[in-house]
Design a protein around this ligand. Structure first.
Ligand SMILES: *Cc1c(COP(=O)(O)O)cnc(C)c1O
Length: 395
């Protein structure tokens, strides 16, 4: 194995990695709990969890044990064989969500692709080829594949990669009339995030969401809920749809599910359980047993009342601290999914926060926190205190 050459990481990155991300100027090498360390040993409080991925923080002991045990037992088998880790995870996911079946993949975009395929095939089987259109919301984000870019309701994503997948249209979130006007006899599904993460932590109105579900159910239009960011305890319930009192036809999850390993799942209701048949979908790495062992550990930890109530309780505490800062104009929050409206440029502030030892991200012109679900009150107070002094430095 190549030895880690101090100082060379940035040079190698600049020379050999495609620059599809603007990076913060930090080389992260290890982490423990809510703290990450750079190559010089400087500590950073991480309230981003690698964009909501490290749901139990860095290198949680039980999670590491579960993952390393499975890696040393069997690291991969193909989907042509039964896997105990995948079967157990599937049962947990379905039981906990009230869904019937799951399809395993490796990312959020893939999970959404799977949901789109299921929705279209359900409609194809029942109504024929022409009923295939999917309506999504403006300011949504559903992924970076050519099809999930089409699904994403932001024009900035509809560039360069033409031709995009057809059959998607976008309506304004919160506006039932706009949706009713967009629906036609070609509509097979509506796809939405209940809290738009990348779009700026926009929390959808409960009345709107319930009306949307009722309207769609009456027309056999499927509702796909993208919980890639909101799922697995992030909002203080296992899934955000529980806050809304609705039951989706399809739900996707990814980011926080594996605790740091790549997984994406698409769950479907009983009505859709028979839609996908052999060879209609698949992916080589889907249901990988090491990844499933990580996800099993995360669910065993997160899926209980006490843990989920603590997420909301600490989220409320964080919101209170944030609202006391003069530069904070508003806080949009559910559980530990937090958008902070600030005076000034959010990106510039985030860069300064990182320099000051706080790993924070942005969403549109908001600061965004998605801390590990295990973060303590004391760590939250420390994070807000770094943010506070950073905001004072910013004009
Ligand atoms: C991150 C995200 C995706 C894409 O997930 P990837 O794992 O990056 O493909 C899709 N939907 C939502 C809501 C997301 O936040």
């Amino acid at each position: 194995m190549n030895e880690h050459r101090s100082g060379s990481t940035k040079a190698l990155d600049n020379q050999y990695i495609m620059h599809t991300y603007g990076r913060y100027d930090v080389v992260l090498t290890r982490g423990k709990g809510v703290t990450a360390y750079d190559e010089d040993g400087k500590a950073y409080l991480d309230v981003s969890s690698g964009i909501g991925v490290n749901s139990l923080g860095y290198c949680d002991e039980g999670w590491v044990a579960a993952v390393t045990k499975q890696a040393a037992t069997m690291q991969h088998m193909s989907n042509y064989f039964f896997s105990p880790q995948a079967s157990v995870l599937a049962e947990k996911l379905c039981t906990l969500t009230g869904m019937a079946k799951v399809c395993f993949g490796n990312s959020g975009a893939e999970a959404n692709e799977c949901a789109i395929k299921i929705a279209r095939k359900y409609s194809f089987d029942k109504y024929g080829a022409d009923r295939n259109e999917i309506i999504t919301l403006r300011d949504s984000f559903h992924g970076r594949t050519v099809t999930t870019l089409s699904a994403t309701g932001q024009d900035v994503f509809h560039n360069f990669f033409f031709p995009f997948t057809e059959g998607f249209s976008h309506v304004t979130a919160g506006d039932m009339q706009c949706l009713e006007e967009a629906v036609s006899d070609k509509t097979c599904a509506v796809m939405l995030e209940l809290i738009q993460g990348e779009g700026g932590v926009n929390i959808l109105d409960k009345g709107y969401v319930r009306a949307l579900f009722e309207f769609c159910a009456a027309r056999d239009i499927l509702v796909i809920v993208d919980e890639v960011q909101t799922g697995v305890g992030r909002t203080g319930r296992l899934f955000a749809f529980e806050h809304y009192g609705v039951q989706p036809d399809l739900v996707t999850a990814a980011k926080g599910l594996g605790g740091g390993l790549p997984i994406g799942v698409c769950l479907c209701s009983e009505k859709l359980a028979g839609v996908m048949t052999p060879s209609t979908h698949g992916t080589t790495f889907g249901a990988n047993p090491v990844v499933c062992a990580g996800a099993n550990y995360v669910l065993d930890t997160v899926a209980n009342e006490a843990f989920l109530n603590a997420v909301e309780e600490r989220g409320a505490y964080l919101e209170k601290l944030l609202r006391a800062l003069p530069a904070v104009k508003n806080v949009r929050r559910m559980g530990l999914m937090v958008g902070i409206e600030v005076d000034g440029d959010a990106h510039d502030i985030a860069v300064k926060c990182v320099e000051n030892g706080l790993l924070i991200i942005t969403a549109k012109n908001l600061l965004r926190m998605l801390p590990p679900l295990t973060i303590t009150r004391e760590e939250l107070a420390n994070a807000v205190s770094i943010l506070k002094s950073t905001l004072k430095e910013c004009p």
